[in-house]
Ligand binder design. Structure first.
Ligand SMILES: *Cc1c(COP(=O)(O)O)cnc(C)c1O
Length: 516
C-alpha cells in the first residue's frame, strides 16, 4: 500500500503532536543540557587530562589489537534505552581513560615519531571553547571574532614575509593537504581560466597542462594533481640533490624536456621542509626560474614555514615573498592541536580564483561591511572550524617568542643528535638536519644487509610494539631508514642516547632471532 503525500504528512503530524510533551523536554534539560552537569563533566575531563600532562614517563604508543579495542569500546556503551539513559559518570571516566591510553603519547619524551605535536595546553582549552560556542567560521555572521582575528594573524605573520599590506591574502584550511589543493586550484584557474566551466578538455591547442614538483614532494601534491584533472602523468618530477633539495641546475633542462614532450608546465611546487628529511628547497633560485617561465610558484611549507618566526632560522625560507602561494601547518611546529593550516597568497585577487561559485543562499551579490569579512569564497569548506582561534589566543597572550624559542630548541637538539650519531660507528647518518627531522640507519658490523633488507623497518616496528619509544620510518634512496621528529621540548640528548641504546638492543635481538 502506498501512502499519498498528504496521508504521510497527516500521520507524521499526528504522531508529532502526541509526542510533544514537556516531560521529555524536562528530561533533556535535566540530564544532558544542564549547565551544572556540564561543569561536573568538564571537571572529570580536566582532572584526567591534568594527570596525563603531569606524567613525564617515557612512553610511545600502546599499540592495541584493533578488534580488542573495538570490543573494549563496545563494552563501554550503555544498553539501548527507550528513553535517554541517565549519565554513568564511571563509564564517562573509563571512556576518557581509554581514549587517552590508546593514543600516541604526544606529551612524552618517548614520542619522536611524527609531525603532529604535543600541544600547548592552553590551545586545547581554547579549542574546547570553540566546541561549545560553535561558531563555524566561513561566514562573518557565524564567526565574527574568528574572521576578524584571521586578518590580525595574517598581518602579524606577514611581518616575517614582507608583502605589501592589503595586497596579500591569508586563508585557513583544514590541513595542508587541502591547502595545497586549494593553492593549485587557484594556480590552474589563473593560468587556464576556461577549465572551471569547460573542464580540462576545454584547453585549446596541443599542450597538456602540467605541474613540476620535487621528486621528494609530499603525496598530497600528487593527489591534488589527480583531483584537478591535470592527471598524474602530467607531473614533471624535478631531480633532487644529495641534500634532498630540488637540484637547481637540473630545473631548466627538465622543464625544457617536458615542453618538448608537449607539456605546458604552469606551476612549480617546492618544499620548505620536506616530510622525509626536512630539506628546504632554494626558493630564491626557483622564483627566478618561475618568473622567467611565467610559472605559479607554490611552496609547501606545511612543516617548515614555522621557522619564519625564528630570527636565527628564517633564512632557510629566503625568497618566500617571491612565491605566489604557500601553506603553513600551525598544527605541526606551532604546537597546536590538529588542525590549523594557513594558506598565503601574494596576490589577494588570486585567492578568489580557486573556487568560483554562486550560491544565493549564502553569497551576497553586493558585498557589504559584514560579507567583506566572509572567507567562504576563498576556502573549500562550508561549515568550518574557527581554526585560527587557538593560534591567535596564544600569540595574543604570549607573543611569538613562545613559538620561536621552542622551535629553536628543537632544531638545536636535532643538530646535537646528529653529532652524537656521527660519533657512533654502528650508526649511519643520511643528511645534515635542516630542521627537527633526522634520518639515520643502525648498521652494526654483524649485519649483512642483503640477508636482512628490511632491518630498519623491523627495528622500528619492534620498538613501537615495546611501547617506550615511538619513531617513524622512511625510504631514503629506496632503502628503509629510521626517522625521528623532535616535537617535544622536554626531550634532551639523554633521551636520544636512550633511544639509541634501545635501537641497539632491539637490533641485536632481531639478528639473534634471525639466526635461530
Ligand atoms: C604534513 C605535510 C603535509 C600534509 O599536511 P596535513 O596538514 O597533514 O594535511 C603536506 N606537505 C608536507 C611537506 C607535510 O610535511
Amino acid at each position: 500500500m502506498y501512502l499519498s503525500s498528504t496521508d504521510f504528512i497527516g500521520i507524521s503530524l499526528d504522531s508529532f503532536d502526541q509526542e510533544l510533551n514537556t516531560e521529555k523536554r524536562t528530561e533533556l534539560e535535566r540530564d544532558v543540557f544542564a549547565p551544572k552537569l556540564f561543569r561536573k563533566n568538564a571537571e572529570i575531563v580536566i582532572s584526567k587530562l591534568e594527570k596525563y600532562l603531569a606524567d613525564s614517563s617515557i612512553r610511545g604508543l600502546a599499540l592495541t589489537n584493533p578488534y580488542e579495542l573495538l570490543q573494549a569500546a563496545k563494552d563501554l556503551m550503555t544498553e539501548e534505552h527507550e528513553c535517554i539513559a541517565s549519565l554513568d559518570e564511571e563509564k564517562l571516566g573509563e571512556i576518557i581513560d581509554l581514549y587517552i591510553k590508546t593514543g600516541i603519547q604526544v606529551h612524552s619524551p618517548g614520542y619522536m615519531g611524527r609531525q603532529f605535536s604535543g600541544v600547548i595546553p592552553l590551545a586545547g582549552v581554547i579549542d574546547f571553547i570553540s566546541s561549545i560556542v560553535n561558531q563555524p567560521s566561513s561566514f562573518y555572521e557565524a564567526g565574527q571574532l574568528p574572521n576578524v582575528v584571521e586578518r590580525i594573524m595574517a598581518d602579524e605573520l606577514n611581518r616575517f614575509i614582507g608583502w605589501e599590506p592589503e595586497r596579500f591574502a591569508m586563508v585557513t584550511t583544514s590541513g595542508a593537504t587541502l591547502g595545497n589543493l586549494t593553492a593549485l586550484l587557484a594556480a590552474r584557474n589563473d593560468k587556464f581560466p576556461q577549465i572551471w566551466s569547460e573542464g580540462i578538455s576545454g584547453v585549446e591547442g596541443q599542450y597538456r597542462p602540467a605541474i613540476a614538483i620535487s621528486e621528494d614532494a609530499h603525496y598530497s601534491v600528487c593527489r591534488a594533481v589527480g583531483i584537478l584533472g591535470i592527471g598524474e602523468k602530467q607531473i614533471v618530477r624535478l631531480p633532487i640533490n644529495r641534500e634532498k633539495q630540488i637540484c637547481i641546475e637540473k630545473v631548466r633542462p627538465t622543464l625544457l624536456a617536458a615542453e618538448e614532450r608537449g607539456l605546458k608546465v604552469f606551476c612549480l611546487v617546492a618544499s620548505a621542509g620536506t616530510t622525509s628529511v626536512g630539506a628546504f628547497d632554494q626558493i630564491e633560485e626557483l622564483a627566478e626560474i618561475a618568473k622567467e617561465k611565467n610559472l605559479w610558484l607554490h611552496i609547501d611549507g606545511a612543516h617548515g614555514a614555522s621557522l619564519l618566526v625564528c630570527d636565527q632560522l628564517r633564512y632557510k625560507l629566503k625568497g618566500i615573498e617571491k612565491a605566489d602561494s604557500f601553506v603553513w601547518d600551525a598544527h605541526k611546529m606551532m604546537f597546536l592541536p590538529a588542525v590549523c593550516t594557513l594558506l598565503f597568497y601574494k596576490n589577494k585577487e588570486k585567492s578568489y580564483g580557486a573556487f568560483r561559485q554562486n550560491a544565493s543562499y549564502v553569497f551576497e551579490k553586493e558585498p557589504d561591511l559584514y560579507t567583506e569579512f566572509d572567507s567562504a569564497q576563498q576556502n573549500f569548506e562550508c561549515t568550518k572550524r574557527p581554526l585560527i582561534m587557538n593560534l591567535w589566543v596564544l600569540w595574543a597572550l604570549y607573543g611569538k617568542a613562545l613559538f620561536a624559542d621552542k622551535i629553536e630548541y628543537l632544531c638545536q637538539l636535532t643538530e646535537q643528535a646528529y653529532r652524537i650519531l656521527k660519533d657512533e660507528p654502528d650508526f649511519q647518518t643520511l643528511h645534515q638536519p635542516e630542521a627537527n627531522i633526522l634520518c639515520f640507519r643502525y648498521l652494526p658490523s654483524n649485519l649483512y644487509e642483503r640477508e636482512f633488507p628490511d632491518f630498519q623497518v623491523a627495528i622500528r616496528n619492534r620498538l613501537r610494539e615495546a611501547g617506550k619509544f615511538f619513531i617513524s620510518k622512511v625510504d631514503i634512496d629506496g632503502i628503509g631508514a629510521l626517522r625521528v621528529v623532535f616535537m617535544n621540548h622536554q626531550i634532551d640528548t639523554d633521551h636520544f642516547r636512550m633511544l639509541l641504546s634501545e635501537i641497539r638492543k632491539t637490533g641485536q635481538e632481531l639478528l639473534t632471532k634471525q639466526k635461530i
